[in-house]
Design a protein around this ligand. Structure first.
Ligand SMILES: [Fe+2]
Length: 251
């Protein structure tokens, strides 16, 4: 399994507070069957120099983590560096945004504003980002259902959509998640793990719930997409069965 959204680097955002937490989070992920983790620490860009500052800090934390993993000798997933880039309208003007792409790919994880309505300038910024050769992945799209009428704008910009695993643990959300699958607004899952307590990794549980309640094809779809996106290719065409009335009741 590949986890496409995580905050596992020690002490650089509101994720893992220290090295011990980072190591324990990664060990737990590995024992859950996660063999690759994309590390997506938060970045809020005021001006372009913030990108350099972030990368220095992030890469240092990563080097320290690699050293600690080697010393520990335990089993850990492969960690690939990326960022969770908060979308501000000016950031599409900065060429160095491309340095925030997920390592080895042209994909970049973007976080849309939560409490402001989405405006034309946000879509323009995403468009500008795509002109740098980047392919956007929209983080935890299930948080933005009130902007659902705008999702098609993101799709027409070529964006993929990531959903947080723990949303599948809420029965009340599952019907909406099924609609996201069907409407092409769900390509990838991520744990968005921040720690071991309030925001742990629920990816294994989510995949189990999807396979059991939605059906195997629904679990295979994001799992296979994760592999192709990790290899910098596009997602597959979804071949998802239509669930009947009683199947939907059981979600
Ligand atoms: Fe996140």
């Amino acid at each position: 399994m590949i986890d496409f959204h995580s905050h596992i680097l020690p002490g650089i955002d509101d994720g893992a507070a220290d090295m011990e937490t980072s190591l324990t989070m990664l060990k737990k992920a590995y024992s859950d069957g996660i063999d690759k983790v994309v590390s997506t620490s938060h970045i809020y860009i005021g001006d372009e120099s913030d990108i350099d500052k972030f990368l220095l800090k992030r890469n240092k934390a990563y080097d320290d983590l690699c050293e600690a993993m080697a010393k520990d000798g335990g089993k850990f997933p492969e960690v690939r560096l990326g960022a969770e880039v908060y979308l501000r309208s000016h950031i599409g003007r900065y060429e160095s945004v491309s340095r925030l792409a997920i390592q080895g790919t042209d994909y970049i994880l973007l976080e849309m504003p939560m409490h402001k309505s989405w405006r034309q300038e946000h879509f323009e910024a995403i468009y500008n980002i795509t002109t740098l050769g980047l392919k956007p992945i929209m983080a935890h799209i299930e948080r933005y259902l009130r902007y659902r009428n705008d999702f098609h704008n993101l799709k027409s910009l070529g964006a993929l959509f990531q959903v947080n695993a723990d949303s599948f643990l809420h029965k009340s959300l599952r019907k909406e998640l099924l609609n996201l699958f069907y409407d092409g607004y769900l390509h990838l899952l991520g744990s968005d793990m921040h720690n071991l307590t309030e925001r742990p990794n629920r990816l294994r549980e989510a995949y189990d719930i999807i396979a059991e309640r939605f059906g195997k094809e629904f679990a295979d779809y994001p799992r296979n997409n994760a592999k192709t996106v990790f290899a910098n290719a596009g997602p597959e065409n979804a071949k998802l069965p239509k669930l009947g009335f009683f199947d939907k009741l059981k979600l």
